[in-house]
Design a protein around this ligand. Structure first.
Ligand code: NCD
Ligand code: ZN
Length: 346
């Protein structure tokens, strides 16, 4: 059993940084452990144009702790009015790395999302041509579909037709949560990949629902049954090039989560790498860790693997859960994985 592990600095391929005071408070956790992150565009007023993306990127860079070389990779929020030329220009200039699809109403700040997928076909055509990644929140929103089935139904009714129509489009199925999702990705060629979160690797829906209602384990897509968690662990630890880390770290104030209508989202970035490393150790798969954390995502995005390196140390005792964050507006709770985590980034 190695006591220390040194790997290329990881990237976070799915991250919510927010803006203003929240951004200022959460950013140091990301810039301490990650070289790059795909920054989600679901601000209250979504990031829809190149100008929005540049303004947001400048705000992030302003809050970056001194001496950190973190790169925020910007995304556009797909709407039914997204201009294919804006997308093309954004990608070719390097200002924008990907476009994110939120089905309208699927999650936090998704009201401006897409209702009719055919309305975005002209954008997808351009993205396929220029090999720009299309990031998908893969859940249907029909009220008559059970929330635990929304990912599986999305695959059959929405994703498969898109894939058929755009066979070369680079699709990333974001925050995969089901065995059906894993099986679907494995059935595709190398143009389909998926991000997996730390929390979906360690919790199932019991964490949220057994022994009292636990709002800090509520996120979207919602955690599923144990069999789905096991499928995700198998996929992540397999080393398969199509699976990589996206923390989906999504900070909300405790007041917004502990409420009659609590927000979805888990703030996990402070212990994301440690938790994932523990999962790999438990699966006897530490030799695949750097693929999941540092290599597969960069390759899929056709970006260089980071030259910087980080070291993880394994202690004989479980390490404390990171402290909650205190902001001027209130507290953000850090993710408690409910398991021993002996690893720490040092
Ligand atoms: C995200 C958020 O709060 O922005 N919430 C979440 O539960 N993951 C949105 C999202 O990625 O669905
Ligand atoms: Zn997200």
């Amino acid at each position: 059993m190695p006591i220390k592990l040194t790997i290329p600095m990881p990237d976070d391929w799915h991250l919510h940084l927010r803006s203003g005071e929240m951004l200022r408070k959460v950013l140091p956790y990301t810039s301490g452990h990650f070289a790059r992150a795909i920054v989600m565009p679901n601000l209250p007023s979504p990031v829809v144009t190149r100008h929005d993306a540049l303004t947001y990127q400048q705000e992030i860079l302003r809050y970056l702790p001194k001496g950190k070389s973190f790169t925020p990779l910007m995304t556009l929020y797909m709407t039914e009015n997204t201009d294919p030329n804006e997308v093309r220009l954004g990608f070719l200039t390097g200002e924008v790395t990907a476009v994110k699809l939120y089905p309208a109403g699927a999650t936090t700040h998704s009201n401006a999302g897409v209702k009719d997928l055919e309305k975005i076909y002209s954008v997808l055509e351009v993205m396929e041509e220029i090999a720009m990644p299309f990031l998908v929140h893969g859940e249907v929103v029909d009220t008559n579909i059970d929330i635990f089935d929304r990912e599986a139904v999305f695959i059959e009714t929405k994703l498969m037709p898109i894939r058929q129509r755009f066979p070369k489009l680079k699709i990333i199925f974001e925050h995969l949560t089901t065995k059906e999702g894993v099986d679907y990705v494995l059935s595709c060629d190398q143009n389909t990949a998926a991000t997996i979160t730390p929390h979906h690797l360690v919790i199932n829906r019991n964490a949220m629902l057994v022994g009292g209602l636990k709002p800090h384990y509520y996120c979207l897509p919602v955690a599923k049954r144990e069999l789905h968690r096991l499928a995700l662990v198998k996929a992540a630890t397999s080393g398969d090039a199509r699976f990589f880390l996206g923390t989906d770290s999504a900070p909300h104030l405790t007041t917004a989560k502990e409420s009659d209508c609590g927000c979805a989202g888990i703030f996990n970035v402070a212990n994301a790498i440690a938790v994932v490393t523990q999962v790999f150790e438990n699966e006897n798969a530490l030799n695949q860790l750097e693929k999941f954390l540092s290599i597969n995502g960069a390759n899929f995005y056709q970006l260089p693997i980071n030259k910087q390196r980080i070291t993880l140390e394994r202690f004989s005792e479980s390490q404390p859960i990171p402290e909650d964050i205190k902001t001027a507006e209130g507290i953000v709770k850090a993710f408690d994985p409910m398991m021993d985590v002996c690893w720490k980034v040092v």
